[in-house]
Design a protein around this ligand. Sequence first.
Ligand SMILES: [Zn+2]
Length: 210
Amino acid sequence: MKPVDINQETTLLLNQGWIPVHVMTARACFYQFSRNHVYALDCASMQFDFASWMGGFKSQDDDTVHSPTLHRDHPVFRSAHDVWPLPTIVVTKSRFYVKPPPARKYERLTLRDLCRKKRNKCQLCGKVFHPDNLTIEHVLPRALGGTDAPDNLTLSCRWCNQRKAAMHPVNDYQGRELEGVGPIYRYLEIRDSIMREEWDKHLIIKKDQP
Ligand SMILES: [Zn+2]
């Protein structure tokens, strides 16, 4: 649990189509959530309205009460008498945000993008490195005609990068054939300092999805 200031940006807002539109402050999230303008997604992507987030809800199949599963570093908001976990992802019920913001142009992946996506883990040896020691790895080497498209790019440490050189195919640290990160399309730019791991799957969207 991580106590947060009311002005801290804590919560990713998705529109009705689950497309990210905005990052909300703790204050805005609490305001919208307590008025049931948005519903929350917990750790397991289960949906909660304000009352069930606070008190759990009864399953229709049996009498089990479901409470939200929280993240280890879950932001909490302290009011005078209480501590409230703030949802880190909410979905609007309003039609106001139906349209996603204008789609950005297809962006070329940077080393930073790849480090974020792969959590600084070399995809060849599986070890975690400081970004200074990581490089963009071409699955099919450029020397063999590989491109800079995201489905040909992944992350490796400098040492593995040298060892791999122009070899193809190569297995990754899980023993599977090394793969690129796939076509991605990003709608929101979010500062690293407020970025949360559970937002990734919403922010990086395959191009063929809506
Ligand atoms: Zn490596």
